[in-house]
Design a protein around this ligand. Sequence first.
Ligand code: HMG
Ligand code: MG
Length: 299
Amino acid sequence: MSGVPRRVRIVEVGPRDGLQNEKAIIPAATKVELVNRLSRTGLRTIEATSFVSPKWVPQLADAAEVFAAIDKRPGVRYPVLVPNEQGYDRAHAAGAREVAVFSAASEMFNRKNINASIDESIERFLPVMEKARAHGVAVRGYVSTVLGCPYQGEVPLRDVVRVASRMHALGCYEISLGDTIGIGTPGKARAMLRAVAGDVPIEALAVHFHDTRGQALANVLACLEEGVAVVDSSVSGTGGCPYAKGATGNVASEDVVYMLEGMGIDTGIDLPALIETGLWLSSQLGHETASKVARASIG
Ligand code: HMG
Ligand code: MG
């Protein structure tokens, strides 16, 4: 155990992971307002949208419009998801200064999600990495299905390590390890993180837990104890991947911040402002917040 870090950076993924999975089409103006509200809570990284194929994810077809309209607050980073060079070009044209590429540790999930093998997906990153380097754009990397796959079941740890190491070696400054279907438990999360940290420095790792089985906060804690200092989460606990059968929302940002602050770990986030934003979002989406902390705040 490396001991919990004193400071943790939250990567807020609600506007992307959350809104990609909503059944209803959310107006662009609501998406913009969500990002702007989040920008005022002290969050320093907000994944704003996704430049994937609008045929695959119609929910985020307005990525360019949304990205252009966001108030870019100094000191806040607004990464966007890109699956390929075409997505990178769209993101770059919209003015993105940071992008995130994504692959998975499981072949079957990758095929369903991006219609490519793991090797093909990594091939697709090469022109993205090259252009990003030339433009001075930072690239984050995601590895999905690190604790299990909805189609393949068990995912061997060596596959997780291999994909994470390759993405890091290609130049991703940070690798986010995703439990896409929220199937992991703390012991497995810890073992997975340890295995990856054997190849990629822990400072370059982040964790991304979906809360399908109520394990996400416990998994976050186990990984903090291993020394990880970057946690992905989603305001109001929205989220899920449309191509991951049975996946539900991410761990709620409000609940992560409450836990961290309670442990004396600094996040720089104004919790009441974050709760207010999450409650506003759930009223816009027309469903109850999944954040327990937010629910408790309204009694
Ligand atoms: P494909 O159909 O194999 O692609 O999809 P293609 O290259 O054959 O292109 C098909 C059509 O899409 C063409 O248009 C392209 O121009 C267009 P047509 O000629 O038919 O009119 N196209 C694009 N349009 C706009 N932007 C683009 C783009 N690329 C192609 N970037 C592809 C392959 C990767 C595009 C598709 O499978 C895709 O977009 N998948 C994305 C699925 C997705 O967004 N999943 C959710 C995000 S991942 C996630 O949530 C997990 C994560 O949170 C971590 C975790 O929880 O584990 C990150
Ligand atoms: Mg996710």
